[in-house]
Design a protein around this ligand. Structure first.
Ligand code: ACM
Ligand code: ZN
Length: 632
């Protein structure tokens, strides 16, 4: 009887600790993005100063990767992991090995990671895979290892596990707009470092726009002596006044070519490819201000301080041959500065009204037999394509480049939903999906009343971003290179806000772009996402806590009166509310998942979330009148 009881106890304990708990996987291992295959084992590998990293591959790149890992471990734990070549030791090692014979399944970026009580082995076909294996290994260690300061802890251990992992897509992108607000090269590096930890591998650098030119071009100094600077304005971008006559343009900045080389090298060490963007023929005000003849009107403007300025002409004149000469200089230098295959030429939102009125543009259309201004834009992009092809580069453009005829080798970046990507794939072109309903990180991720960020557009919470599907039904997946999130920076005035808008949504998209579609599971992801928050805190990354906050969706009852429903992205939160303008707590009415009617006299609703008996979200206060506009 006693033995039976003991047996039952042990079995039930093991069962509850290991595989399943209700429907959800309960595990100590929480990796983002979710690996393809994980087998958890018993026991741990102790990380001590006796452990050596053995660079079995002999590869210099692997050695550099090992160095990055060991430097971070030393910084946070004080443990110095020596990096050695093959030395015959087996126990207490982290072995980094490149496959002699390629493992077809894991491809260029995949890896296998084996952690036993005595050693850790990472194998890959290429150094990138070793890098990703080490990122996973970092997430197997406690969050303190991600920090900048040394933490005293008795034991650092890695749980035993066997992982096989490789990405779903080769393009896992994040775009930062450094034109609307300039971000220093130090911040750009930090941003790249952060994304690489979650296996994002493509940094799209939006370097030029109406609000500033950000890259030194030799032989065209005005682009940066003039085009990189605008009059200083602080506050709400939409409301900024145009420059006063004679006002000095002192706000802005640019990267020298030396800066660019430094960032490229930094990114290469983290296996991040940089896709530079010079946006033409629209979004070209900074170019046009530097060289007034570049526009159809030839007028002297100033670099935009805010959005539009007096309906200025923002588009390069397609009839002006000198523009193409300058663009040849610009794209040639870009091609030699950035080692990657892709160069982004923009192509979006080029307003054609000035082309319609411009004799030079109209002459060009006649000479080239172009039927309309859409075809003129296509002519423009095809000329840039020719320059890029001569340098061995592939052109990428926003989905407007489909209009008027797609350049033969172009890759389409689909932003106005997925339609552009679908059309490109149907035409046999490659596409990157960054639909603005899932991937636009300039849009708010929670109720603006709580977020208190200056942002526009519809709400894209982490859970919404997590629903992004880069391969729409009926599209041949071989044309979809991957996906990308975009952070436009009109309203992103500081590095802290850039981080806030990026994290944790970029975690969601890192999983969408890396992990198998079949493994996608919001509830499971949500737990793993939360495990990254302490890492962000240790690293000083300003992530948004918006997943803990409530959202209000008003509905109409059968009498046409407004009632309220509340939603939370995390399923285990309770929502409490008041209508009497007092602070709600867990003694206030709890939302029961049914629409609630509004008491007479109420003008505001105050809402808060709890997890068990602790408040967790931020207080939401909404005027009921403001909610009425949301009623369908
Ligand atoms: C874009 O958002 N104009 C690409
Ligand atoms: Zn023109």
């Amino acid at each position: 009887m006693k033995r039976h009881y003991l047996f039952f106890l042990v079995v039930s304990l093991l069962f509850s600790m290991s595989i399943v708990h209700g429907q959800e996987r309960v595990s100590a291992i929480k990796i983002v993005p979710e690996p393809v295959n994980i087998q958890e084992k018993q026991g741990v590998f102790p990380l001590t100063s006796n452990v050596k990293i053995v660079n079995f591959s002999g590869s210099k790149e692997v050695g550099e990767t090992a160095k990055l890992f060991s430097e971070q471990i030393a910084l946070s734990t004080g443990i110095n992991l020596k990096i050695v070549p093959v030395d015959g030791s087996e126990n207490q090692t982290i072995k980094l090995m490149l496959n002699k014979k390629e493992n077809q399944t894991i491809g260029k970026e995949g890896y296998t990671l084996s952690v036993t009580k005595s050693k850790i082995v990472i194998t890959a076909n290429k150094p990138a895979g070793i890098f990703y294996g080490l990122q996973t290994l970092t997430q197997l260690l406690p969050p303190e290892v991600s920090g900048k300061a040394k933490v005293n802890r008795l034991r650092w251990t890695v749980p035993c596990v066997e992982i096989k992992d490789y990405p779903r897509f080769g393009w896992r992108g994040l775009m930062l707009d450094v034109s609307r607000h300039f971000f220093s090269k130090e911040f750009v590096k930090r941003y790249i470092d952060q994304m690489s930890k979650y296996k994002l591998n493509t940094f799209h650098w939006h370097l030029t726009d109406n609000q500033g030119w950000r890259i030194e071009i030799k032989g065209l100094p005005e682009l940066t002596t003039i085009g990189a600077w605008r009059v200083p304005r602080t506050g709400k971008f939409c409301t900024f006044e145009s420059p006063a006559p004679g006002e000095k343009a002192t706000d802005g900045g640019y990267y020298t070519q030396e800066d660019i080389k430094e960032v490229v090298l930094y990114a290469q060490k983290r296996f991040v490819n940089i896709v530079p963007e010079v946006d033409v023929p629209g979004h070209s005000k900074a170019f046009i201000v530097s060289y007034p003849d570049a526009s159809c009107t030839g007028l002297q403007y100033s670099v935009n301080a805010g959005f539009m300025q007096d309906n200025d002409d923002l588009v390069l004149c397609a009839g002006n041959e000198d523009n193409f000469k300058k663009l040849e200089i610009i794209f040639s230098q870009i091609a030699s500065l950035f080692p990657g295959k892709y160069i982004h030429v923009g192509g979006d939102e080029a307003w054609k009204d000035f082309w319609k009125k411009c004799p030079k543009c109209q002459q060009r259309m006649k000479d080239e037999g172009l039927k309309n201004e859409g075809e003129l834009q296509s002519y423009f992009i095809k000329r840039i394509e020719k320059i890029l092809l001569s340098k061995g580069k592939t052109l990428v453009g926003w989905d407007e480049i489909l209009e008027g005829g797609l350049a033969p080798s172009a890759v389409v970046m689909s932003w106005r939903g997925s339609a552009g990507g679908i059309e490109a794939a149907q035409k046999g072109h490659e596409a990157v999906m960054s639909p603005n309903d899932f991937c636009y990180f300039n849009q708010p991720q929670g109720e603006l009343a709580i977020e208190r960020v200056y942002a526009g557009g519809s709400l894209i919470g982490v859970s919404k971003a997590y629903e992004c599907e880069p391969v729409p039904e009926g599209v041949d997946a071989k044309y979809i290179l991957g996906g990308q999130a975009n952070l436009w920076s009109e309203f992103v005035a500081s590095p802290r806000i850039a981080e806030y808008m990026t994290w944790p949504r970029a975690l969601a998209l890192s999983e969408v772009f890396w992990s198998p579609k079949a493994k996608r599971n919001w509830n499971d992801f949500a737990v793993r996402m939360e495990m990254q928050f302490p890492r962000f805190e240790k690293e000083g990354v300003n992530y948004a806590p918006s997943v803990y906050d409530p959202t209000i969706v008003p509905v109409k009852n059968e009498n046409g009166e407004m009632e309220l429903t509340f939603t939370t992205e995390l399923k285990d939160l309770d929502v409490y509310y008041t209508f009497d303008c007092t602070f709600p707590d867990n003694y206030s009415p709890r939302y029961q998942q049914k629409p609630i009617s509004i008491p007479k006299g109420a003008s505001e609703v105050w809402v808060i979330t709890y997890r068990k008996d602790k408040p967790i979200g931020r207080l939401l206060v909404m005027r009921l009148n403001d909610l009425k506009s949301r009623l369908k």
